[in-house]
Ligand binder design. Structure first.
Ligand SMILES: Cc1cc2nc3c(=O)[nH]c(=O)nc-3n(C[C@H](O)[C@H](O)[C@H](O)COP(=O)(O)OP(=O)(O)OC[C@H]3O[C@@H](n4cnc5c(N)ncnc54)[C@H](O)[C@@H]3O)c2cc1C
Length: 325
């Protein structure tokens, strides 16, 4: 059952920031993740501050620089179906289309997708784990088949968002509005590793709201794609996933940005893969090197070793698809 809370429905961003700061409440966007967390007692809040009445947080517009601005309240369906996103930022369209089910994509927003809580079954269950204020990560020596290969330290969650790795690969930034004003944060710097702070998932400070996502102009020759492997074909979170944004001149990779989902507590920028690609022709040898680089440094736990060959194979398969054109 849902616990009791007050509900505020401001109509401007300033009012929403003030309501959040005054009440120490939480943002309510689509509610597809939030309400489950409240119902299951993952956390509590005195007040929900709905963004649904705030105008200007929905929709997609071209920026003056030729990029794209996407309001945080834009639904995943709108993003997946947008002609502009599909044509210029395909990885993002594919990532949005791969989230959950049609009903959840109709309700779930881009901002909520980036800010959602981890899906670790200990964190979501009746366990007073490290991330919830306890002193033990139960996954470390427990059931860890869905946990991380990289970046785990004290806590071994994987970051659940599909759109975040696509936005990292595409070099997107967030406009964040809060009591202290407005700031811009690259999506790559938005999520927090357990080694930095295992009690938080993002750099958001109390009262701050993600207002919009800014994508840079799509460079000539940019090819981008996102794919995840999941346990169920219908809908599921990523076991492993990979987003690629490759700027090609002929068959040579001029610039590569690559980020993984399902394997780290944050969207995981794969710089070793990028180095294996940059300046090289996208042929079988380069693809083999990039796939090997993808799993270098992986530190599997007792039950998630299967993710290593899965990730390697996924990188190989996606790069071959890009090379075929
Ligand atoms: C059955 C099921 C399957 C799912 N499968 C997937 C999946 O495959 N891939 C995937 O990526 N996700 C999945 N999700 C998670 C979720 O539905 C989506 O991530 C969705 O996009 C969340 O958006 P929302 O608007 O509903 O967020 P909410 O539930 O409203 O919010 C989520 C969190 O973000 C905070 N928040 C929301 N918006 C903002 C903002 N603008 N600024 C600051 N904080 C904010 C909220 O306070 C809350 O803590 C699944 C969820 C369910 C229930």
């Amino acid at each position: 059952m849902l616990p009791s809370f007050a509900y505020a429905r401001p109509t401007t961003l300033d009012e929403a920031v003030k309501a959040l700061a005054d009440s120490q409440g939480r943002v309510h966007a689509g509610g597809t993740d939030l309400l489950g967390c409240l119902r299951d007692g993952v956390f509590a809040t005195p007040t929900l501050v709905s963004l649904s009445g705030v105008s200007g947080l929905r929709g997609l517009d071209e920026t003056a620089e030729g990029g794209l601005r996407i309001g945080a309240l834009t639904t995943l369906t709108e993003i997946a179906e947008s002609e502009v996103v599909r044509a210029r930022y395909r990885a993002l369209a594919e990532a949005a289309a791969s989230v959950a089910s049609p009903q959840l994509r109709n309700q779930g927003t881009l901002g909520g997708n980036l800010c959602q809580k981890p899906r670790c079954w200990y964190y979501r269950g009746d366990f007073h784990c490290l991330r919830k204020g306890g002193d033990t990560c139960f996954a470390a020596a427990g059931e860890n088949q869905y946990h991380c290969l990289f970046g785990g330290e004290s806590c071994f969650i994987v970051h659940p968002s599909d759109t975040a790795p696509a936005l990292v690969a595409l070099g997107a930034a967030l406009r964040i509005v809060g009591p202290g004003g407005t700031r811009s944060v690259p999506v790559e710097a938005f999520h927090v590793l357990p080694s930095v702070d295992y009690r938080r998932e993002t750099v958001l400070e109390p009262g701050e709201i993600v207002a919009e996502v800014i994508l840079p102009p799509s460079a000539p020759g940019l090819r981008s794609t996102y794919r995840k492997v999941r346990a169920r074909a219908s809908w599921d979170f990523a076991l492993v996933g990979a987003a690629f944004a490759l700027r090609l001149a002929g068959d040579t990779v001029r610039e590569a940005r690559v980020a993984f989902s399902g394997v780290a507590p944050v969207p995981w920028r794969a710089k070793a893969v990028e180095s294996a690609l940059n300046g090289h022709r996208l042929n079988a040898a380069t693809i083999g090197n990039a796939a090997a680089a993808a799993v270098k440094g992986a530190a599997p736990l007792a039950h998630n070793g299967y993710k290593v060959p899965l990730l390697r194979g996924l990188v190989e398969e996606r790069l071959e698809a890009i090379a075929r054109g």
